[in-house]
Structures are given as C-alpha cells and as structure tokens.
Design a protein around this ligand. Structure first.
Ligand code: NDP
Length: 495
C-alpha cells in the first residue's frame, strides 16, 4: 500500500499566515470579475483566513467606494456575511500611479501599517504583503523599474499576470528585472489553469494509479491532444484579443502548463520545488514536431456563422456571429488567428516520437476541453477477433472534471466482433474558483500553483518560432464558419 508523506518544513516555503493583498489595477476587469470573487470563494472555504485588500490605481474614489466593491465581489464569490464584513472593513483604496516610485512607496507603507481598527501590536508586523500586478502588460515592466527605488517590505511577494513578456527575450529581461527586487520563490507568475482542480486530478491520476503509471510513456501512448475549444466568440474583447490571438492567449500559457503536467517525470513530492522542477524539465525538452513551424502549426479565423449552445438545463439557443474581421475593434491587417494548433514533441526517452497537439479556438460549434491520450494498437490481435479495433483512449475533461476510458470490448450480438465501450467518471467539481485556488497559494507564499521564471521563458521559446513563421506568412490563414467544428484536415482526436 502506498502512503502519503506530508511535506517537511524545508519543502514547504509558504504558510497560512495573515496577508495583505495589494491590487495594482483595482478598477480593472480582472480585479472585478475574477480576483475579488476568487478571494470570496477562498473565504467561503476558509472563513477565518486573515486577508486584507488594498486597491490601487489612478482613479479618484470617494470614501467607502472600494470597500463596497470588495463587499459585493466577496459575496458574489460565495463568502459568508461575517467574513465579508471583516475583510471589507479592513480593506482600503489608495490612489496610486504605479509607475512612480514615491507613489509606490506610500502604497507599500500603507500595506505594512496596521489595518484600520486593528491593534498594531497584534500581528501586522508579520503580515505577508502580496503585490498583485493586475495591470496592462506594458505597464508591468515600468512598475518593476519604479520598485527598484522603493524600500520593499521584508517579505514581499509579487504576483504577475499573463502575458509574462511578449517573447522569450522579453520574458528573460522581465525575469532579470524582477530578480533585482525579490528572490524567485517570492515571485508568482499567475496562470489560472493551474488553479483548476483538474490539474490536481491529473497528478492523482498519473501518480497514484499503477495501471496508468505503467502505460504513461511513448511505448504505449501513440499521441496526445490537449484542446480548449470554446463556443464563445470575441464577446467585445477585441481590445485585448486582437493583439493576442489564440496562440498567445491559450497555447503559450495555459495549454503548455497542462502539457507540462501531463508529460513531466514523476516528482518525488507534490511541493512547490519538486513540481516546478519537473514541469520545467518537460518544457525544456519540448520542440516543434519535425522542427519546422510551417508543418507543425496551423491557424485560422472564423467567418460569419451561427453558434448553437445549450445552457445548464439543456435549453438550446442560437446566435449569429459576424466574421471575425468585421467584429468591432478588430484590425484585419493584424492577421489575428481565432483558432490555433501546434504539434510538439517532448524529446526525452519517455516521449520521443509521440506527437503532442495543442489546440484552442473560439466560436466553435463543438466545445472540446480535454486531454486525450490515444494508445497504440495491441502488438498482436488474436486471429478470429474481427475488427475494426477502435483506438483505446483516456479522455480527461477539463472543467467540469471528467474522465472517460474508451476501451475495446466485444460487440453485442457478435461474440468475436469488436466495439468500443466507454467508462465514465465525474470527478469532483471545483469547490473553489480557479483564481481562489491560485490566490490561496500565493497568499500563503506557496508557488506550487504558479509559474517559475525559467518555465515562463521556455513557453515563449516554444511559441516564438511559430509566431515568427506566422508573421512571415509562411503558414496560410485558413477560415472556418462560426459554429462549425474544427476543420477536418486538422485531425482532431475526437469528432
Ligand atoms: P484593464 O485595462 O481592465 O485594467 C487595468 C487596470 O490597471 C485599471 O485599473 C487601470 O486603472 C490600472 N492602471 C493602468 N495604468 C496604471 C498605472 N500607471 N498605475 C496604477 N494603475 C494603473 O485590464 P484587465 O483587468 O483586463 O487586465 C489586467 C491584467 O490581467 C493584464 O495583464 C491581462 O493580460 C491579465 N488578464 C486579464 C484577464 C481578463 O479576463 N480581464 C484574464 C487573464 C489575465 P487606471 O487607468 O484608472 O489607473
């Protein structure tokens, strides 16, 4: 029987301690829609958690305005009344130009000072301060430069949103700048896919089951697909999306993180250091399939069409979507893709020769959010069994968390015929919002669910070659009608 050894103090850099979360970009979309409700969901699970929020940006806000926003967002996230009141009462807003050192100094002094109405002697001196960059990416590097001239609190943690840099060189430069501020284990590059309980499910599935551990190699796995295909179209987000596109928005960050978890070597422990080491090693070994971006990647954008969706109760509805290039705020000259696919190889002894396809797109008619391991055929099919022998597959659904094992069995009414049977499990639903899970780790000073600097650079290295080939028009821009499936020629694992 296996046993679980709790991490030792030396393995576990973080601890659940009172923390002050300073949000740069308090009025932004991310803060309002994801960060504050994320804390609400964390408080729903841990109502006694001691957290104080200080919002900062360049707005003039009347007294009480930010507290009211915090109160509403925490409630939306599911926090109980008592926790909402306690956290909202301790929250405050400070007008700040985050690119100005003096302004940042005032902000960080306020973060280190006792919260309004608390006893200074209690524990404020020990509070961990987390500075969260919910800022436009172009502002982030300027803020880091400005912080060089600020007296930083003793244990300052930095939480930085994606995109982390714009390419490998940019990520390296930003890492070098950040390293002048705080040690690496106090830097959290946020990828909310790592907050999904799905990620933890992948770890349990891979490393706590002998039957999967044995076959999780290129000896048995023929190909891997990691897809995140959405029905959502642009939904008014041209200002962000038209500069990013599907490759930067999804593959460069989220899907490569999932790939690292699926392909990494077994870590000795599920701790910050071991997990990040294992993921970084997998990313370092990753190359474009065949070493050529023109054959390893595809891109497309949607044309006008109708998307049919179903709500939670199964009620179906249709909506018409214009061509991507006709959406408000899109500049067709940018050539932004809304569907991207890249095939990679993790060139090590476990995975060499196994194509790993990452794909994500918008405005699709079939929403597939999954990891699919397709197994190789058996070496010898006993004669007498009559095919076709369908491929065995393990399908891990991403949010909601499901698992399907598609195996070959006898066809009914035909004892020697073959057919596919599907075993399905509904795994736990995420009890926390993804941002709640990630923030919980960051507030505890634990980087297990965030991205290390070297991994952030590797993710750009893997994508830079593709982006260069696309910029040089070496890969054609294909089209698909909104509401259609991924084009057949792209070879999706499931149709
Ligand atoms: P927004 O443009 O909505 O908000 C940006 C915020 O930054 C505003 O509060 C703005 O306020 C503030 N800001 C800008 N310049 C300064 C400055 N010099 N000093 C202080 N505050 C400043 O952006 P989002 O919230 O959408 O995105 C923030 C980050 O999160 C980005 O890196 C984005 O890529 C990432 N992200 C966003 C997601 C989303 O769904 N929105 C999802 C995943 C990641 P003001 O101008 O008043 O100062």
């Amino acid at each position: 029987m296996s046993s679980v050894t709790p991490p030792t103090a030396a393995d576990e850099p973080g601890s659940n301690r009172a923390a002050t979360l300073v949000v740069l970009g308090a009025s932004g979309d991310l803060t309002r829609r994801l960060l504050l409700p994320g804390i609400g969901s964390l408080l729903a699970q841990e109502p006694d958690r001691e957290v104080r929020v200080i919002g900062a940006d360049r707005d003039e806000r009347p007294d009480g305005d930010f507290d009211a926003e915090v109160r509403a967002a925490l409630t939306e996230g599911g926090a109980g009344d008592e926790a909402v009141e306690r956290v909202a009462a301790a929250s405050s807003y400070l007008r700040t130009d985050a690119t100005d050192s003096a302004s940042l100094q005032r902000l960080l002094e306020a973060a280190a000072a006792p919260a309004p109405g608390t006893d200074a002697a209690e524990h404020d001196g020990e509070r961990r301060v987390v500075l969260y960059f919910a800022l436009p990416p172009a502002v982030t590097a300027k803020v880091c430069s400005a912080l060089l001239d600020v007296d930083l609190p003793a244990e300052l943690h930095l939480a930085m949103e994606k995109p982390f840099g714009e390419d490998e060189a940019g990520a390296r430069a930003l890492n070098a700048l950040v390293a002048r501020l705080v040690p690496e284990d106090q830097v959290h590059r946020v990828d909310h896919f790592l907050g999904m309980s799905t990620v933890l499910d992948i770890i349990a599935l891979r490393f706590a089951n002998r039957m999967f551990q044995a076959v999780w190699t290129g000896e048995h796995v023929e190909s891997i697909e990691i897809a995140y295909d959405e029905a959502l179209a642009l939904e008014g987000r041209a200002g962000y999306y038209d500069h990013a596109g599907a490759l930067r928005d999804m593959i460069q960050s989220h899907l490569l993180q999932v790939m690292a978890l699926v392909t990494m070597e077994p870590p000795a422990s599920i701790t910050d250091r071991d997990l990040r080491d294992a993921k970084a090693a997998a990313l370092r070994a990753t190359r474009l399939w065949g070493g050529d971006a023109t054959t390893a990647s595809r891109r497309a954008r949607y044309t006008a069409g109708t998307i049919e969706t179903a709500d939670a109760s199964g009620e179906r509805s249709e909506r018409s979507v214009p061509s991507y290039v006709d959406e408000d705020g899109v500049d067709p000259a940018r050539g932004t893709e809304t569907l991207a696919q890249v095939t990679l190889e993790v060139a090590n002894s476990r995975w060499a020769g196994v194509p790993i396809t990452l794909r994500s797109g918008k405005a699709l008619g079939v929403t597939q959010k999954h990891v699919v391991l397709t197994f190789a055929d058996v070496r010898h099919l006993p004669s007498g069994l009559t095919g076709p022998d369908p491929k065995d597959r393990l399908v891990i659904g991403l949010n909601p968390d499901t698992m399907e094992l598609r195996v070959t069995t006898n066809a009914s009414h035909d004892p020697l015929g073959l057919a596919q049977s599907v075993m399905r499990a509904d795994m736990r639903q995420a009890s926390l919002r993804p941002y709640g899970e990630v923030l919980g780790g960051i507030l505890d000073g634990n980087g297990m669910l965030t991205v290390r600097g070297d991994a952030a650079e590797e993710c750009w290295r893997i994508c830079d070659e593709v982006l260069a080939a696309w910029a040089a028009d070496e890969v054609p821009m294909e089209e698909y009608p909104a509401g259609s499936d991924v084009p057949e020629a792209w070879g999706a694992a499931l149709r």
